[in-house]
Design a protein around this ligand. Structure first.
Ligand code: FES
Ligand code: MG
Length: 570
């Protein structure tokens, strides 16, 4: 066993002998003997929290990971970090993603560990942990809690959160009554784990696996399957080997090639729009800015192969049974750079070669018979979004992909909530609903308010979809003709701030255009009259609004990006 050179033996005092003597005294107080100081330490970042029901299995996973670490000759040390659940943070978990990334980076960077296993799952936790691990450049294995399994209600299968949204919309439209809504309630999230469909959590798990940071097959194993525990044990074993070997480090795993692979898999999954923001932030940590045009180009060339909600019909447990992410990546073949490295110490291609060959074509479709020929996630630009906006074409209505209509503007989320269901709202199905001041700075924290509800009176008249545009995000479990992440956002004076009711907005997704049809002279007059709103004056929220980057750059803090991307110091 290596003694000298273990990072976990580094101390902060001048007198190293004394510092280790002191640390040993405290380790003894925790019940360890002298050998503890000489063995590699693998940190386990636990995100167990009563406020995070998605992570309720974390204690069981910690046990399994610890077993694997001990088997391989290292010592597990469990520590807590911030944990984020989508339903319990106001106004949005996004505001705390960067704080969790900082927490993760600082705790793994400053504690005496030789490698880490990061246990994440719910939407923001996985990108936060990847961002932190990259910046600390600590050998790290990602482990997710895994998706929930479906429940049953009447004749249907139910899973969070696409079916939560579907039932809520059906209730708003008067299609189901109060009792049916209540009866289905307890079946929507039928087990511990992350949302049951290809929302942000599952898409980010897939990103971690594609980037080479997770053991093969870890994306889709349901949270409550015994296979999940065996996978966790293997993750612990591998992290111990990495602790002993001193790598590979994230900087040796996450490369421009693996980021391109991630964009390809994201498009083939018809994955969550949120992942474009998270991938931009991850790339920014590496000093490799994500080229949104390349993400769009990859989308044009990559068929959507997964028949899983919200784009398709099935659930994550079906995707797992069909072969999971390894089967999808094998399907994509040389569309991926199979020479990309992984934490397993082999290339992505070598890792996939060991995965089973069986695949269920109905759920992971052949390239020749895709769900959609491509363009799952598109980047649109134009006078309304000079720095780009995102639309999930795969979950939108074909009929609205070329549309011009008058704007109906909501100035804030509060304004939207106050007026959207007003029976006197002068809105028609041809209107373009615009929500602003819901971006990174404006809300602040860019909540998932972009899935603007269809106004009640139109919903009751059978309208299922309309063009909706905002500087907000949208849940990965939602669908509709919804343009998100408009950059720059209204709160920093982007053109979205200048739209008025009745202005014509034209969207042409095939041409990748989003334009406000107001002449430049009038826009100049409106721009001159525009004033920014008040901003937070203290605390983390002040740090956030002062330093958050726009959505096209991943909403990371400017000072957390790789130094090569930061503005030169004056
Ligand atoms: Fe946790 Fe959906 S709310 S994954
Ligand atoms: Mg979500």
């Amino acid at each position: 066993m290596k003694k000298k050179g273990l990072r976990s033996r580094l101390t902060s005092y001048g007198d190293e002998g004394f510092a280790l003597y002191l640390r040993g005294a405290f380790l003894k107080s925790a019940g360890y003997d002298d050998s503890a100081l000489d063995r590699p330490i693998v940190g386990i970042a636990s995100t167990a929290s009563d406020f995070n029901p998605c992570h309720a299995t974390v204690p069981k996973l910690v046990e399994a990971v610890s077993r694997g670490i001990r088997d391989a000759g290292a010592i597990p040390f469990v520590f807590g970090t911030i944990s984020l659940h989508e339903s319990f943070i106001h106004p949005s978990t996004m505001i705390l993603r960067n704080l969790m990334a900082m927490d993760t980076e600082e705790m793994i960077g400053r504690q005496p560990v030789d490698s880490v296993v990061l246990i994440g799952g719910c939407d923001k936790t996985v990108p936060a942990q990847i961002m932190g691990a990259i910046s600390a450049d600590m050998p790290a294995v990602m482990l997710v809690v895994g998706p929930t399994v479906t429940g049953r209600f009447e004749k249907e299968r139910l899973g969070a959160c696409s079916d939560c949204r579907r039932l809520w919309a059906a209730h708003r439209a008067g299609e189901i009554d109060d009792q049916q809504l209540a009866d289905a309630h307890g079946r929507l999230v039928s087990s511990h784990g992350t949302c049951t469909i290809m929302g942000t959590a599952s898409t980010m798990a897939a990103m971690a696996e594609t980037l080479g940071l997770m053991l093969t097959g870890g994306t889709s194993i349901p949270a409550v399957h015994s296979e999940r525990l065996r996978h966790a044990e293997a993750a612990g074993r591998r992290a111990a080997e990495m602790a002993i070997a001193g790598g590979p480090r994230p900087s040796e795993v996450v490369t421009a090639a693996s980021l391109r692979n991630a964009a390809t898999v994201l498009q083939a999954l018809g994955g969550s729009t949120n992942c474009i923001i998270h991938l931009s932030a991850i790339a920014g940590r590496m000093g490799i800015p994500l080229d949104l045009e390349e993400v769009d180009r990859i989308g044009r060339e990559t068929p959507v192969l997964i028949d899983v909600k919200p784009v398709g019909k099935n659930y994550m447990e079906d995707f797992h049974g069909a072969g999971g992410l390894p089967a999808l990546m094998k399907r994509l073949g040389d569309r991926l750079d199979l020479t990309a490295p992984t934490v397993m110490g082999c290339t992505l291609g070598e890792a996939l070669a060991k995965a089973p060959d069986w695949v269920d074509d109905k759920i992971i479709r052949p390239l020749a018979d895709p769900i959609a020929p491509g363009e799952a996630l598109c980047i649109v630009r134009g006078t309304l979004a000079p720095d780009g906006a995102v639309i999930k074409r795969a979950a939108a209505s074909d009929a609205l992909m070329r549309h011009a209509g008058p704007a109906m503007v909501f100035d804030s989320i509060d304004d939207l909530m106050a007026r959207i269901d007003d029976p006197d709202l002068p809105v028609t199905r041809d209107h373009v609903l615009v929500l602003r001041n819901a971006g990174p700075v404006g809300a602040p924290g860019m909540p998932e308010a972009g899935g603007i509800p269809i106004p009640m009176k139109l919903a009751r008249a059978g309208v299922k979809d309309m063009v909706r545009i905002s500087d907000a995000r949208m849940s990965g479990t939602a669908s509709g003709s919804i343009v998100l992440h408009v950059s720059p956002e209204a709160a920093v004076g982007g053109p979205l701030a200048l739209v008025r009711d009745g202005d014509m907005i034209e969207m042409d997704v095939s041409a990748r255009r989003l334009d406000l049809l107001v002449d430049e002279g009038e826009m100049e007059r409106r721009r001159a009259a525009w004033k920014p709103g008040p901003r937070a004056g203290r605390g983390y929220e002040k740090l956030y609004v002062d330093h958050v980057l726009q959505a096209d750059r991943g909403c990371d803090f400017d000072f957390l990006q790789a130094e090569s991307l930061q503005a030169p110091k004056a």
